[in-house]
Design a binder for this molecule. Sequence first.
Ligand code: GTP
Ligand code: MG
Length: 199
Amino acid sequence: LFAQSWDFMWGTKFFHQLPPIEGVEIAFAGRSNVGKSSLLNAITGRKSLARTSNTPGRTKELNFFRPEKDPTLVICDMPGYGYARASKKEVAAWNELILDYLRGRPNLRRVYVLIDSRHGLKPNDIEVMDTLDKAAVNYQVVLTKVDKTKLNDLKKIIGKVELGLKKRPAAHPEVLLTSSDKKIGIARLRSEMLLLSEG
Ligand code: GTP
Ligand code: MG
């Protein structure tokens, strides 16, 4: 699937305008600016398939991407939650859309919850993880931008996140480390996504 060219499929601000359910869906969630769109680009091998920006609040819709010739796997790049340089109204609308999608998408196979490895878990991340646990949606924490974090700080953050995950009702896969800039953890994510799309 990742040898193919990936295409933008559909984008929407509204839950009632989601694309039809087709194949397995995997979503990238996380606070604004953690690197969701960059990770999508790294994984699909296309530099600017999804728009990225220094300014938090770049992605404003649920954006769906899929391989050109194979609709078995769809990746959803989400707007960020938590903070953004956007109006309160816009942020509230995104949060509602994000929660509706995460709770109500039957073919959502896995959510990658992206956390900036420099900042660690924030209250908004906990809220999203609570929502996913309640809805029994499978998720995995991904620490991003590890190229920017010192090894010692990284170890501390991994420890904290893993401790938090252990206290949760369901078991969760181990924390992944990624850098879209240095292409760390990308091959691993691709192979996991392939397995998810087949199973
Ligand atoms: P929103 O759409 O606003 O929610 O943000 P996002 O989570 O999609 O983040 P985006 O991919 O737009 O990246 C935000 C900023 O972080 C950009 O300036 C990226 O270049 C930078 N960035 C993303 N991934 C990495 C990484 O692995 N390493 C480094 N050093 N910077 C990164
Ligand atoms: Mg984005």
